[in-house]
Design a protein around this ligand. Sequence first.
Ligand code: HEM
Ligand SMILES: Nc1nc2c(c(=O)[nH]1)N[C@H]1C(S)=C(S)[C@@H](COP(=O)(O)O)O[C@H]1N2
Ligand SMILES: [Mo]
Length: 389
Amino acid sequence: MREQTTPRIFTSDLRDERTAALLGVALGVTFTVCFVTGVLSHLIQDPPSWFLWPSRPAGLYRVTQGVHVATGLASIPLLLAKLWVVFPKLFAWPPFTSVAHLVERLAIFPLVAGGVFELFTGLADTHLWYPWPFGFRAAHYWVAWITIGALVVHLGAKWASTRAALFARETPDAYLSDAQRRSDTHRRRESAFDRRTFLATVFAAAGAVTVFTVGQTVSPLRKLALLAPRRPDTGPQGFPVNRTAATAGVVESARSPEYRLRVDGKVRRKLVFTRDELVAMPQHEATLPISCVEGWSTTQRWRGVRVRDLLDRAGADSAAEVRVQSLQRRRAYRFSDLNHWHAHDPDTLLALEVNGEPLGVDHGYPLRLIGPNRPGVMQTKWVTRLVVR
Ligand code: HEM
Ligand SMILES: Nc1nc2c(c(=O)[nH]1)N[C@H]1C(S)=C(S)[C@@H](COP(=O)(O)O)O[C@H]1N2
Ligand SMILES: [Mo]
């Protein structure tokens, strides 16, 4: 096999295999965690027939999506450092030395491009910034598969050299003169020191990104969430609003005396309620989080009518699933589906109140869905209809 050489203009000692291997292992872990939690989030929102997401534990999605966004953000400094370390290798000559090596190098393009794409689109999405013409979810989802595919190829190709770089002990060269050996050992020690400092800086940056953002979902760290786009304790009634009633175009219909909640579809009795009739029904209280897909979350005390009580009154089947529809006419979040576990969970509510006050119009007045273990996007506001199926 022919030797590859990298251009001499890149001279930093930090660009060594061990640094690259350590950063690679860290990124392997964060990307795998991101991939698993991301695919889970996708399955919850668009469940295929074989996937049934439970309604318990109530805060599980808050954890999985919080982990997704936190590991994703921590990957940003790791990936930048890794790219800096291995950058000269992109210009290695000859470009490949065998067919296996060619395949390995071809996988680098989707890996690097995919990784950068995922981190950039993910970060932008958490800031509700969409500087691209395609749909975020579909693009982020498919590029995740491509990136992970390339990562598997890359890990396979680098397994042996990563192990060697991580576990090999450096053996002094017996053929060097004493003076040479001394200066060589000295140089090695120095570069080992530089490498440790470099890695410590990179990992500290990843840690800092985490500490200054994770308070958006971990309440005790709330005050430190300086880099997070949302403060979970700020907004009308003490927590954020994702989309206001005005942007959703529902201010009038939400406040209208004509407002009704309808329960229909596969039921024995179709039901229609005014808001006052809902207030007169048995009320139930539950302390539940809104766990936004964008990584922030906030726990509040909700009060309202149990969905399962409404289903019982309508004479719905005990295996019934329900589509919850909003007054909102356009866009993706105007309805969400309850599988039978969520529909029948005692804490799945159509809330009329939050923290002892009537819901504000931006939080979903007159009626909003709030249930355990659901992504925020599936906690539909301004609910006007339950379609039983
Ligand atoms: C800075 C890094 C990242 C951030 C901030 C981030 C953020 C997000 C957000 C906010 C969502 C929810 C989208 C929605 O449902 O509306 C999401 C979903 C997802 N993420 Fe990430 N992400 C990051 C990195 C990654 C990486 C590295 C991977 C995989 C290698 C990944 C894979 C996924 C997948 C598969 C989904 C599900 C998409 C869907 O619902 O169809 N993400 N991510
Ligand atoms: N009808 C409707 N319901 C909706 C939304 C929406 O845009 N329209 N946004 C969802 C999202 S993404 C989240 S995170 C929660 C946020 O609820 P909040 O605005 O009361 O905090 O509401 C959900 N319910
Ligand atoms: Mo959300």
